[in-house]
Write a new protein. Structure first.
Length: 278
C-alpha cells in the first residue's frame, strides 16, 4: 500500500546540500542552526560527534543515495577506532518488518527474500537499487538496521477516518495517542497548503485536511519513536537515518520529536539535506 497522499510532501524538490544542527531541549544554542557543507567530506567533518545523523534525501535521486553510502562507509570506518556502534535507520521499511531486517543481517534470508517479504514494491516502490548497496554494505559489516515507518494500513486508516479511529492492536507499532502531538500551527498551515494541492490534483486517499495532517504527524512520531527507542537501548550507538528531507527540515519534524523523547542535554542530532551535484 503505497502512501500516495504523501508524495507531494516527500518530493519537495529541495536540491540544496547542507547540515542543520538540531539541539536537544535545554541547550544554550538555537534549536536549528545552519552549517555550510558543500560535499561529502565537508559533511563528514561536521557529523563525527553526533548521536543521530539524518541523511535527508529525494527518494528518486540515484546520486543522493550514492552519497548516503559514501557517508555511511566513512562513518563505519571511523567507528572501528571508537567505542561507538553505527546503526542505519530506514524510512523505507515499516516497523512490522524489523525481524526481516534482522534475519537478512544474520544470513537467514537473502536480498531478494528481504525485498519480497517486506513487500517493498507495494509499500515503498522506489528503485530497489537505490538502497540495495547500502543494505549489502550493512550486511558485510554487520551494521544493525532499523525499520522506522508506520504500517501502511495505519496511515491509510488515519488519512481516511482520522486519528480517533485508532484503537487496540493499531498501537502495536505506533506511539500512544498521548505522544502524537498535533498542536503545531505552523506545521498545520504548511500541510494545509500541500493538502489543497493534493485535492486539486485528485491524488491519494484522504478527503479531510485534519486527517491528512494527522497522518503526516503520525508518520513523523512513529519514526521518531523508533529512533529514540533504539538509541535509549544502545546509548553508545550512532544512527545514520535515511529519510525524506521534508521529515527533517523543520523544528516540528522528526528531530524535535526524537529530542522530546530523549530529553538529554548531551544528546546531539544533525540533519543533512543532501543535494544533486552541480
Amino acid at each position: 500500500m503505497r502512501h500516495k497522499f504523501f508524495v507531494l510532501i516527500l518530493l519537495t524538490g529541495i536540491l540544496m546540500t547542507g547540515c542543520l544542527m538540531i539541539q536537544s531541549p535545554g541547550r544554550s544554542v538555537a534549536l536549528a542552526e545552519t552549517i555550510a557543507a558543500q560535499n561529502t567530506q565537508e559533511i563528514i567533518s561536521q557529523i563525527q560527534q553526533d548521536d543521530v545523523i539524518y541523511l535527508g534525501e529525494n527518494h528518486d535521486s540515484a546520486s543522493i543515495h550514492q552519497q548516503q553510502l559514501a557517508i555511511i562507509t566513512q562513518l563505519q570506518q571511523n567507528s572501528v577506532d571508537s567505542e561507538r556502534q553505527l546503526a542505519i535507520a530506514f524510512e523505507m521499511f515499516q516497523r512490522p518488518f524489523q525481524p526481516l531486517l534482522n534475519r537478512y543481517l544474520a544470513g537467514a534470508i537473502n536480498e531478494q527474500q528481504l525485498k519480497e517479504q517486506t513487500e517493498y514494491e507495494t509499500r515503498w516502490g522506489f528503485d530497489w537499487e537505490f538502497y540495495a548497496p547500502i543494505l549489502r554494505f550493512a550486511k558485510e559489516q554487520q551494521i544493525p538496521l532499523i525499520a522506522l515507518n508506520t504500517p501502511g494500513e495505519i496511515t491509510h486508516k488515519v488519512a481516511v477516518s482520522g486519528i480517533e479511529s485508532l484503537g487496540g492492536s493499531d498501537f502495536r507499532y505506533i506511539p500512544p495517542l498521548t505522544e502524537i502531538k498535533l498542536d503545531n500551527e505552523s506545521y498545520r498551515q504548511r500541510i494545509e497548503e500541500i493538502y489543497q494541492q493534493h485535492i486539486a490534483e485528485q491524488e491519494g486517499d484522504s478527503t479531510d485536511a485534519d486527517n491528512f495532517f494527522a497522518a503526516q504527524i503520525l508518520w513523523d512520531e512513529t519514526m521518531a519513536e523508533a529512533i529514540a527507542l533504539y538509541w535509549l537501548n544502545h546509548p553508545q550507538s550512532q544512527i545514520a537515518t535515511l529519510v525524506g528531507k521534508a521529515h527533517i527540515m523543520y523544528d516540528y519534524a522528526i528531530p524535535e520529536r526524537v529530542a522530546r523523547r530523549i530529553n538529554q542535554t548531551d544528546f546531539k542530532q544533525i540533519s543533512c539535506l543532501l543535494g544533486e551535484p552541480d
